[in-house]
Design a protein. Structure first.
Length: 180
């Protein structure tokens, strides 16, 4: 009777989890094609999507749990001091990532400034080369729209940079708390 229920519902969670954990424990790469061996032939036409989703989602979970077992990540015998040091390192790593993000946003802002300038220079070069005024006017109108969108994007980037600074302050507070 349980097989009928599994076929009817297309629930292959257990098979997916078991296959995932087995592959991880034996250091095999992920192989979701095992799904086709695990399901009943009826589920190729009946409730296939649910069968596939339940198998693959649980396969991923099983594989991750198997990796945790192999690498002994589940061991929680850390002392309080070790835990605080790890927290402090994590906070500092997050600060570094936020700094890198701010640098990337600054580079993006400079790039956007450069693009609008080059666009205007191209329009000016076309005007001096004697292009028809109708074409130049159309390009100027497009440049105005483009420039306004770029300015909105730059404003959004500045807002994100301010948010990042707030997060940096919060992380610095957490680092100070972890140190004390």
């Amino acid at each position: 009777m349980p097989d009928f229920k599994k076929i009817y519902l297309g629930d292959y969670s257990k098979e997916g989890y078991d296959n995932g954990i087995d592959d991880a424990k034996h250091h095999r790469p992920k192989n979701k094609f095992k799904f086709f061996k695990a399901i009943h032939p009826i589920n190729y036409v009946w409730n296939f999507n649910n069968a596939y989703d339940s198998f693959t989602q649980n396969y991923n979970e099983g594989y991750l749990d198997g990796q945790r077992v192999v690498n002994e990540v589940y061991n929680s015998n850390t002392h309080k001091g070790e835990h605080m040091a790890q927290s402090e390192e994590n906070y500092e790593r997050h600060l570094q990532m936020l700094d890198k993000l701010k640098e990337n946003l600054t580079t993006l802002t400079e790039y956007l400034d450069d693009i609008t300038t080059k666009y205007q220079q191209q329009i000016n070069a076309m005007a001096s080369a004697g292009f028809v005024q109708n074409i130049i006017d159309g390009l100027e109108e497009r440049h105005i729209v483009f420039d306004s969108k770029i300015k909105k994007l730059q404003d959004m980037i500045q807002n994100h940079k301010r948010e990042i600074e707030l997060h940096e302050e919060a992380l610095e507070n957490l680092i100070n708390t972890a140190r004390s």
